[in-house]
Design a protein around this ligand. Structure first.
Ligand code: BES
Ligand code: MN
Ligand code: ZN
Length: 495
């Protein structure tokens, strides 16, 4: 989708459709009032007939109103003005753009013209772009026949004042970059696991590097053996697909400035290994590489925005399969850090690949490391499909990430990483085990990772509940690309 911004009055603008907000009960926003006046009360009359109360998420299309240059006016309900907030704003944009898919409109003007305090125009512009792109995303690459694409391809934001154009444009640019990053992450997540293998992820990283002039390095099994990544390699043993460790560098900042590191879990299919998962919904374990996808998506957004910082992405990629050579419960492996791990459940594989990736990341002397992983079913039980679980060994880093989640609407919730939980990882035979029992499963998974994150400021995002949707709307969400990109945008402007 293409985004642009214009200033002017709503009745003058020529477009296939102008989108206007209506508060409950039947209360026009300022742009709506302007259109009503220009149409000599026709807009207001349509509302008085009772077809649009202004309930959040409802829409009404009006055709060919007199005195208005737009071919159509779409009214979108915003709910009660007192209750209007970030989420309702995003919802209004999403509903309007979704409703336009049923029409022949390919180009529209968004003029909701209502601000959520204390957000500024840049925020509204960015969020509009993200919500609109999200609502029109489709994945039909694997269908034999492509359906005709309907829906908005060109969206223009209308502001009253010329003086607002620059701020709006900057917001649109950020929103578009985040949307592009999300789209890449969604595509990778949605691809079937026979296509999106570790080698495919490595190729995707190479493509990204080529397009945005990033440095890329792919470590092969023999490289990992030399580095002593016994933990990562133990997960790959059951698979016929070779594991890859993908390293991508974006150098937009001063030479020598310490990078931010993003470490993404890239299990392209998680059967559970010898501790085999039950059959129901196992197909969804193709999404177990969504952490990796979010790293690639965020790097794409950062590179598109040319942020003046350095970022390194590290992606351990492998399948987790059963097989004659697969790791068995009870096996003990030595991680790159030298710490030994008793693998009591081969389905707790995410932490086993991330721990070696974290140790590898030490060499970049990062100013902060964030790992992103569909790590635990327990996180879905705790937080559902709303918030990512956030753990950190640094309070300031945690707070900054929480705030970026609020701003972007891609929220996280802080969970404890107290020492009290570490005991659950005790092993009789190795330094510690890879599981800590049923209680607080997300916390003990984070505790495991924390033992490999002692040398830097570190945060861990458990995205098991938010990375994809199940059921009829099954599909990748592109989260947490908005949170991560927002965090890095803020870091870039602080520096
Ligand atoms: N990829 C899964 C976590 C997961 C499960 C994410 C379901 C989303 C939905 C992870 O590798 C896993 O299997 N974790 C186990 C850990 C357990 C064995 C300690 C889990 O959560 O059951
Ligand atoms: Mn697993
Ligand atoms: Zn997994």
């Amino acid at each position: 989708m293409e985004f642009s911004i214009k200033s002017g009055s709503p009745e003058r603008i020529r477009t296939g459709c102008i989108i206007i907000g209506v508060f409950e009960p039947r209360k026009l926003t300022s742009a709506g009032a302007a259109l009503d006046a220009a149409s000599r009360g026709q807009l207001g009359a349509a509302i008085k007939r009772g077809d649009m109360e202004g309930k959040s998420g409802t829409t009404l299309m009006l055709q060919q109103l007199p005195g208005i240059n737009a071919a159509r006016v779409m009214l979108v309900g915003l709910g009660h003005e007192r209750e209007f907030d970030d989420g309702k704003f995003r919802q209004a944009v999403r509903k309007a753009i979704t409703a336009l898919k049923q029409t022949g409109v390919t180009e529209a003007v968004l003029c909701i013209s209502t601000d959520v305090k204390p957000r500024n125009l840049g925020w509204h512009a960015a969020q509009s772009a993200i919500a609109a792109a999200d609502a029109t995303y489709r994945f039909d690459r694997m269908k034999s026949k492509q359906e005709m694409v309907r829906g908005v391809r060109q969206l223009t934001l209308l502001v009253a004042d010329r003086a607002d154009l620059a701020a709006g444009q900057a917001g649109l640019r950020q929103g578009a970059a985040i949307a592009h990053g999300m789209s890449l992450a969604k595509d990778l997540g949605n691809l079937p696991p026979n296509v999106c293998t570790p080698s495919y992820l490595a190729d995707a990283a190479r493509d990204l590097a080529k397009q945005y002039k990033l440095q890329v390095q792919i470590l092969e099994r023999k490289d990992m053996e030399k580095l002593g990544m016994g933990s990562l390699l133990s997960v790959a043993r059951g698979s016929h697909q070779p594991p890859k460790l993908i390293v991508l560098k974006y150098n937009g900042g001063p030479r020598g400035a310490k990078p931010y590191a993003l470490v993404g879990k890239g299990v392209t299919f998680d059967t559970g290994g010898i501790s085999l998962k039950p059959a129901a919904e196992m197909d969804e374990m193709k999404y177990d590489m969504c952490g990796a996808a979010s790293v690639l998506g965020t790097l794409r957004a950062v590179a598109e925005l040319k942020l003046p910082i350095n970022v390194v992405g590290v992606i351990p990629a492998t399948e987790n399969m059963p097989g004659g050579a697969a790791t068995k419960p009870g096996d003990i492996v030595t991680s790159m850090s030298g710490q030994t791990v008793e693998i009591l459940n081969t389905d707790a594989e995410g932490r086993l690949i991330l721990c070696d990736a974290l140790t590898y990341t030490e060499r970049f002397e990062p100013q902060a490391v964030i790992d992103i992983a569909t790590l635990t079913g327990a996180c879905v039980i705790a937080l559902g499909h709303v918030a990512s679980g956030l753990f950190a060994n640094d309070e300031a880093l945690a707070q900054t990430l929480l705030a970026a989640g609020q701003t972007s609407g891609d929220r996280a919730w802080h969970l404890p990483l107290w020492d009290d939980y570490q005991d659950q990882l005790k092993s009789n035979f190795a330094d510690f085990a890879n599981i800590g029992g049923r209680a607080a499963g997300s916390v003990t998974a984070a505790c495991f990772l924390s033992r490999f994150a002692k040398k830097f400021k570190w945060a861990h995002l458990d995205i098991a509940g938010v990375a994809w949707k199940s059921g009829v709307a099954k599909g990748s969400t592109g989260r947490p690309v908005p949170l991560l990109t927002q965090f890095l945008i803020e870091r870039a402007t602080k520096a």
